[in-house]
Design a protein around this ligand. Structure first.
Ligand code: APR
Length: 236
């Protein structure tokens, strides 16, 4: 069935899995060998900043080694073909941008930037000296304050929520790709889209916890099935 009208896509870790970026909740996921509370909460940053810093520096360094996969490229093609297109991602990597999508809403933050603990301002900090074991200081304070990962941790409010709700409320088609449906508010956006009359579509490796909320479900690897789905959506 052709895709018409305003398309909003929400992606999760599954879309980057085929690039070699670990997901969170699969068998080999990040939370298998790490407790969320130890590295992804404001409390963890206060209790043991060195451990949190090490965890995110490893992930920031990994950005230099991974590349977009066919799922990212298919989403760039979808953007070029859709009448109206918005991409919301829970992912903190930069693979959508590098895959060719022009504007991406990173609701859970970004690995490429760091945030000043004093002013809350973000700066892209990916130079060699920004990627080591030492903490990084900001350019916005005269004395250079310590920076924290520019990540939305558990217990914090996702970024750009107002525009996310507006986009989802007004879309005609809502597509979720590679997300386990465990983390709110992202997991509830399908229900908002449904209640506003959108057609909802899921592409995921397995049926997630909220899989029954979708009108249409495609099970498989995003990098394998998304390119042909985009062809079908626009050739029909
Ligand atoms: N193609 C499609 N789906 C895949 C693939 C793939 N190649 N590989 C894995 N998946 C699916 C898994 O089956 C799983 O349902 O992607 C989903 C990934 O789920 P999670 O690891 O829970 O990732 P996500 O839903 O993005 O997590 C949400 O949780 O820890 C926080 O802030 C973090 O943004 C993250 C949020």
């Amino acid at each position: 069935m052709a895709l018409e009208g305003r398309v909003v896509v929400l992606t999760g870790a599954g879309v980057s899995a085929e690039s070699g970026v670990r997901t969170f909740r699969d068998n080999d996921g990040l939370w298998e060998d790490q407790r969320v509370e130890d590295v992804a909460t404001p409390e963890a940053w206060i209790r043991d900043p060195t451990m949190v810093w090490r965890f995110y520096q490893a992930r920031r360094n990994q950005l230099l080694e991974v590349d977009p996969n066919p799922a990212h490229f298919a989403l760039a093609e979808l953007e070029s073909k859709a009448e109206s297109f918005t991409l919301i991602t829970q992912n903190v990597d930069d693979l959508h941008e590098r895959g060719g999508n022009s504007s991406v809403i990173h609701m859970h933050g970004r690995l490429r930037s760091l945030r000043c603990e004093e002013t809350g301002r973000s700066e892209v900090r990916m130079e060699r000296g920004d990627l080591g074991a030492d903490f990084v200081t900001c350019n916005c304070c005269s004395n250079g304050s310590r920076m924290r990962p520019d990540i939305v941790w558990f217990g914090e409010i996702p970024m750009e929520l107002e525009s996310i709700y507006r986009e989802v409320e007004n879309c005609d088609v809502f597509i979720v790709i590679g997300s386990s449906g465990h983390v709110y508010p992202a997991a509830g956006l399908v229900n908002l889209a449904n209640s506003c009359g959108a057609r909802s579509i899921l592409v995921n490796f397995e049926l997630p916890i909220n899989g029954r909320d979708f009108d249409e479900v495609h099970i498989g690897k995003a990098g394998e099935i998304l390119p042909s789905l985009v062809d079908v959506w626009f050739d029909s």
